[in-house]
Each structure stands twice: as C-alpha cells, then as structure tokens.
Design a protein around this ligand. Structure first.
Ligand SMILES: [Zn+2]
Length: 116
C-alpha cells in the first residue's frame, strides 16, 4: 500500500473494525468527536475506501487487520504460527496437532513402502 497508516490511524481503524462509533473513538483517544471523524476520514482516504465497512474489508484483504479467525490444533495452525514469526511450540494445541500430523505422515509413508 502506497499510503501507509500511522500507528494512530491504525489504532483508529482497529476501533472502527471493533464497531465503535466516532464518539466512542473520540472518548477513547481523548479527542473531540470532530477530531475522531477527521482521523477516520483520513484512514478511509488512505485505504481508498468509500465508507467504514469498505475500509475494514480492504484492510483485512491487505493484511493490515487480521480478520480471519486463527486456526489452531493442526498442521496449518502450526505453520501459521511460523508465518507470524511466533514459536509454534509455545502453543499446546498446535504442538500436539503437528505431532499427530507428523505421525500420520510417517504412517502413510510406511504404508506406501509396504504396498510398493
Ligand atoms: Zn496455535
């Protein structure tokens, strides 16, 4: 994205994504409702969004907001931790899921060898 959001704009976008109104955002940020609206409008302009739901959608697509539920407890969840730069072994469901996955892969290759 050519127009990167500032940390402040990103926090406002997260609040929009949480369903907060401009006046709730204003209260949270200790700014006037007009100031909150101005920031929201700047975020919309930077994202090229027509309105707030459109902005949240575009931000999710661009990976600015992670709108997808995180998957845990299997090989895909384990790999997703790695992609986020986290240690997947710290997540118990994913650690166990990855172990089960490896055992299943090993069993499958043993079966294939026996069949050959
Ligand atoms: Zn996990």
């Amino acid at each position: 994205m050519k127009n990167q959001l500032t940390a402040h704009q990103l926090s406002v976008l997260r609040m929009v994504a949480d369903g907060r109104t401009h006046s709730q955002i204003a209260t949270a940020l200790y700014v006037t409702p007009k100031g909150a609206t101005a920031t929201v409008n700047r975020v919309l302009a930077k994202l090229g969004a027509a309105n707030a739901p459109h902005a949240v959608f575009l931000a999710c697509q661009a990976g600015i907001l992670d709108g997808r539920p995180r998957r845990h407890g299997d090989h895909a969840g384990y790999e997703a931790h790695r992609k986020r730069g986290e240690d997947p072994k710290q997540c118990e469901p994913c650690r166990l899921g990855e172990r089960a996955h490896k055992q299943a892969m090993k069993k499958r290759s043993e079966r294939n060898r026996e069949a050959a």
